[in-house]
Design a protein around this ligand. Structure first.
Ligand code: SF4
Length: 246
């Protein structure tokens, strides 16, 4: 029996079709309302591929963008070409400022993220938060793949909220389960990061992501050396100055 991610996880909720209809309606109306002012910020992980598939399937005029921190797995970076080949869509890639990265590494070393939470957050700030800020300049709305089920810190993720700059932030998969995500992927032939087949449910930068063991928490493989409470990079932390990481 195959042990790939769709085989292991595709288990739709009883109300999956209603959730899908709601997500599609949210994306469609946001595209109409915000026009070129809306962007999908994709980590290229499973949830974000569901959203990209819906954007492509319904020909929604929503740009797709990602952050290449310079520390991604090759499998993650390869998703860019796979999205283009599968959907004919180009993903906008945002990079950190080269000088800032060189300065940080020269001063703190390549493995600074393991030294302290402060240095880990500083690395996230320059490799993720700063490019995200530039990406969102002039935008009125952005779309994420956040789900309530992903972690205790995300249990209250709403379908929509406003970020610290007043932009609309849509989380249209907020109520989807992991089983719903994989049911959609399996049913629609959505391309996905092969790391998901190797027990990486949540995929970030290579030095900060590991596979999880059976029974471990969904985000146990992210910043696993830190306390649970610190496990966000700031990309999605409201009301915190550091707040942003997939
Ligand atoms: S996830 Fe790790 S490597 Fe990536 S930006 Fe944050 S600290 Fe740096």
């Amino acid at each position: 029996m195959s042990l790939d991610a769709p085989s292991l996880h595709a288990r739709p909720s009883d109300d999956f079709e209603a959730k899908l209809a709601h997500t599609t309606a949210v994306l469609s109306s946001a595209a109409v309302e915000h026009g070129t002012g809306i962007v999908q910020t994709s980590s290229l992980g499973a949830e974000d591929m569901v959203i990209t598939d819906l954007i492509a399937r319904w020909h929604l005029p929503v740009g797709i963008a990602t952050l290449d921190t310079g520390m991604l797995h090759a499998e993650t970076r390869a998703m860019l070409a796979r999205i283009e080949a599968h959907y004919g869509l180009q993903v906008q890639v945002m990079h950190p400022q080269r000088e800032a990265v060189l300065h940080f590494v020269a001063r703190n070393g390549e493995r600074a993220m393991y030294s302290s939470i402060a240095l880990r957050k500083a690395c996230c700030a320059l490799r993720k938060l700063e490019p995200l800020g530039r990406l969102l300049e002039g935008k009125s709305a952005w779309i994420t793949g956040l789900r309530r089920e992903q972690s205790g810190a995300r249990v209250a993720v709403p379908f929509s909220e406003h970020d610290s700059e007043g932009r609309l932030k849509l989380n249209p998969l907020s109520d989807w389960t992991w089983g719903d995500v994989w049911h959609y992927i399996a049913s629609n032939g959505v391309p996905y990061n092969p790391l998901h087949d190797h027990f990486f449910p949540s995929i970030g930068c290579a030095p900060c992501t590991r596979a999880i063991a059976l029974g471990e928490d969904f985000r146990a493989g992210r910043w696993w050396w830190e306390d649970e409470a610190a496990k966000e990079c700031g990309l999605h932390v409201q009301h915190q100055s550091e707040g942003l990481a997939a």
